[in-house]
Design a protein around this ligand. Structure first.
Ligand code: CTP
Length: 184
């Protein structure tokens, strides 16, 4: 979905910075790619890139937890079960709430949900203080993660503003950009 949004934004004539842990789309003179591997690196790259930007779209499925400690050596097998301790990563969007440049940005998040879809997406929009949220149902195998198609509901602070029925991710991306344009 992230790469489809990049292609749609380039088609619309926007210069784009893509911060990604995945394989980026084909090179383009208007596209700058920042490769990251961890939630921490993604947060740092987002904060460094949004100053002066007009729109931030966070389509990434960022890891919510990371291992609390990292062993410098191979961990040897032991008998019995092993409990791995995880600690939370920083919520990149929520952390932007009070940033000085926040008001200059239109911030768009994604909500990956499997139940109480609308309620959860709206709660996420409010908790993270973002302008628009794109809800997708990740329990379905015919759309969203790993599929070529998606079906989304776009929500702002007042409620649902658009529903894009199941179609290609490129068409969904173009539809999301139309809604963004109308909110600028
Ligand atoms: N997100 C973020 N930083 C994180 C985790 C998520 O900025 N550490 C962003 C995602 O890029 C997305 C939005 O927050 O735009 C919602 O992500 P999602 O995975 O749906 O929800 P979470 O906030 O992780 O909450 P939960 O997993 O409990 O549903």
């Amino acid at each position: 979905m992230g790469n489809a949004l990049v292609r749609a934004a380039l088609d619309a004539g926007a210069p784009v910075t893509l911060i990604t842990a995945a394989e980026p789309p084909a090179p383009d003179p208007q596209l700058q790619v920042v490769r990251v591997e961890t939630a921490q690196q993604m947060g740092d790259a987002v904060r460094a890139s949004v100053v002066g930007a007009r729109i931030l779209i966070m389509a990434a499925a960022v890891a919510d937890y990371r291992p609390a400690s990292v062993s410098p050596e191979k961990i040897k097998k032991r008998d019995g079960t092993w409990v791995l301790e995880l600690e939370p990563t920083v919520d990149i969007l929520a952390a932007l709430r009070d940033a000085p440049y926040r008001d200059a940005l239109l911030v768009v998040g994604f909500a990956a949900e499997t139940s109480d879809l609308l309620e959860n997406a709206l709660a996420k929009l409010r908790h993270k203080g973002i302008d628009l949220i794109v809800l997708n149902d990740v329990s379905r195998s015919d759309i969203a993660m790993g599929a070529d198609h998606n079906e989304v509901t776009i929500i702002d602070r007042d409620g649902v503003v658009a529903v894009i029925e199941r179609t290609t991710k490129d068409a969904v991306a173009a539809g999301i950009l139309r809604v963004i344009r109308s909110h600028l």
